[in-house]
Design a protein around this ligand. Sequence first.
Ligand SMILES: Nc1ncnc2c1ncn2[C@@H]1O[C@H](COP(=O)(O)OP(=O)(O)OP(=O)(O)O)[C@@H](O)[C@H]1O
Length: 248
Amino acid sequence: MTTLPPAPLLLSLESAQVRFGAQQALQPLDLQIHRGERIALVGANGSGKTTLLRLLHGLIVPAGGRRELHRLPADERLPRAAMLFQRPFLLHLSVWRNLMLALWLGRVPRDERRARALDALARVGLQSCADRPARALSGGQQQRLALARAWALQPDILFLDEPTASLDPSARREVEALIAEFAQAGLTLVMSTHNLGQVKRLATRVLYLEGGRLVADRPTSRFFEAPPDDPLPPEAVQFLKGELPWNT
Ligand SMILES: Nc1ncnc2c1ncn2[C@@H]1O[C@H](COP(=O)(O)OP(=O)(O)OP(=O)(O)O)[C@@H](O)[C@H]1O
């Protein structure tokens, strides 16, 4: 029997914490993210999910402890990351120009940009919208454009902050399907969401936060159905009870 080598470590936090003025938004926490993981951050409003995503992405510098990106063993480069927000930030430009601008900002060589943009638009099914004003697209299409923009940058890790929260059910399904395809293609995902059905469908691992503390970190199946010898902390049990039913 062959044993698969462990997936490479991409990103880690060591006793990393975040403060906003006097407020401790994240208590010191340790975390390791390996290639291929699909991690869901769950917890009530204000529990620290967005703060943790921003810390992981490097948008916030920890007030203590450290965040480290780890070189990929295959080619010794640092992992690339991209982030998707609940409402995409799009400029008053065409879909195509929004994409090209992101590639320019991402320092993608000029001669690669066109092919990457075409591939990304095809990936999210927006080829026919290339010349339309990005801000005139529907909410679901805008989020698909944001996914195309992230895809075009060829990230290893994709951070998603409630990516479907402001979408109607059909757009939500479309965007969720694309996120699943991205994961299939090998992207590592870290996503905050209030939709526990989505957690069950997409995530391999769940981090439960409460009041800025990481209370539970376990495989998805052991989060929703904790075995008797490894029960969930009571805070997480209460949270799950309050969030029933899960399949929305
Ligand atoms: N820029 C900031 N300045 C001051 N306080 C902040 C800032 N960003 C977040 N906070 C505070 O940090 C805490 C965690 O907020 P965060 O947005 O990370 O929670 P969340 O779990 O993502 O919430 P939600 O589910 O509502 O998006 C909250 O008390 C919030 O008010």
